[in-house]
Design a protein around this ligand. Structure first.
Ligand code: SF4
Ligand code: SF4
Length: 391
């Protein structure tokens, strides 16, 4: 493919990053380490210079086999020849107290294989490490502010253990995002934004993306495609509105506040498509508005929908062994397909194979604080059972 991926300035870090970056979260959804290494090598071959991972991005890819995305990223970067510039690595921890921060950061450095102070090395490769406080919510932000974590992060940056400090957060936490921006501590923010949900951007009471950009915070755009679980839904949706993946990506890239869109591709061909889209002409303003109008026709259907982002599973599992993300995603597809008059028998068949199922939920609510979208999980499980348990 001709031409390099364009670069944008990542706010006050002064790093020039490729506007298409690689989100390593989905490595845990692949079937083997080889597949994971192949995709990381591919994006690096294409010139991507920012990889976004997290301590918690790990999953069981086969019985008893855990794939940690930090491990794969570290291994691949170490195995490659030196680039003529530092590679930008982003990782995140559920680091809301100082002991949790020390432990998570130490584990991240070890798993990635990063050594040194000031000049950080990963094997032969010089890297810049951006450390994010993962998934700031109301409760977590209150803990972070009271625990001394912000001071400790600044010490770690001064000591050269990390290069820059950031945070990630999600749609329901606009007030905490604004406070985090105003704290002056963070160089980088990773936030969700896409054509169907612009609530942290131009549709919010305050355009937080533009606000962060004005404070010179480098913005990493996650969820440009609205989450893993949306893939089968979009296949149905495409029959009704003219919005495809390239259009979604070009929409995000047309927002000047965004430095890079973090694409969680799973195979090289997906990345190549994203790259083609990123290299197309910038989206003209009129086309951007037309896409928004199309998206708004179905945006209501995207509310109260599980995205299979799996963030809830990073540190939690239901004490009653209910695979609630699986049930909620089947239900999301059911709702969407029913509205489009599609056959949902296969979804019901898949649901009936699940033991335990939504009817076994005791509505203890323990899962709810872990959902990044603050879904009413017990209620949705009940609704799902009502419609999907019928033969
Ligand atoms: S509310 Fe239901 S799904 Fe959630 S933790 Fe409790 S039993 Fe599990
Ligand atoms: S329940 Fe919430 S956090 Fe869990 S996968 Fe669904 S949307 Fe993501």
């Amino acid at each position: 493919m001709d031409g390099k991926i364009k670069r944008r300035r990542l706010g006050r870090t002064e790093l020039m990053v490729t506007e298409l970056s690689f989100g390593a979260m989905n490595l845990r959804l692949l079937k083997s380490f080889d597949e994971a290494r192949t995709i990381v090598n591919h994006v690096l071959d294409q010139g991507v210079n920012l990889i976004d991972t997290a301590r918690a991005y790990k999953g069981e890819i086969a019985t008893g086999v855990i794939l940690e995305s930090e491990q794969v990223v570290g291994e691949v970067v170490r195995s490659r020849p030196c680039l003529d510039e530092p590679l930008v690595l982003v990782t995140k921890g559920h680091a809301y107290t100082i002991p949790a921060l020390e432990q998570d950061l130490a584990e991240s450095l070890k798993t990635l294989g990063i050594s040194g102070r000031g000049t950080l090395k990963l094997g032969p490769q010089e890297v810049r490490l951006i450390y994010l406080v993962h998934g700031i919510s109301q409760e977590r932000w209150a803990t972070v502010k009271a625990s001394g974590v912000l001071d400790r992060l600044q010490e770690l940056k001064r000591d050269g253990v990390i290069s820059h400090i950031g945070f990630s957060s999600h749609y329901p936490f606009a007030a905490q995002i604004k406070e985090a921006i105003d704290s002056g501590v963070f160089d980088v923010a990773e936030l969700p934004y896409n054509i169907f949900n612009r609530s942290l951007g131009e549709d919010g009471p305050l355009d937080l993306l533009a606000y962060a950009h004005r404070q010179d915070i480098g913005l990493i755009n996650m969820k440009a495609f609205n989450g893993n679980g949306m893939v089968p839904i979009y296949q149905v949706m495409r029959e009704h509105i003219p919005i495809d993946y390239p259009a979604m990506l070009r929409f995000c890239l047309s927002n000047p506040a965004i430095a890079t869109v973090d694409a969680g591709v799973r195979v090289p061909a997906e990345f190549d498509l994203d790259r083609q889209a990123a290299q197309a002409e910038p989206l003209p303003a009129a086309e951007r508005e037309a896409l928004k109008a199309e998206a708004d026709k179905i945006a209501g259907l995207m509310k109260n929908v599980c995205r299979e982002c799996m963030h809830c599973q990073e540190k939690f599992s239901c004490p009653h062994q209910i695979d609630f993300p699986r049930i909620l995603s089947l239900y999301a597809r059911y709702r969407f397909m029913t509205r489009q008059g599609k056959d949902t028998a296969d979804l019901a068949r898949q649901y009936r194979l699940l033991v335990p199922n939504g009817d076994d939920c005791v509505a203890c609510g323990e899962c709810m604080p872990w959902c990044e979208y603050r879904l009413d999980i017990p209620m949705l499980l009940k609704e799902a059972h009502q419609v999907l348990s019928k033969p």
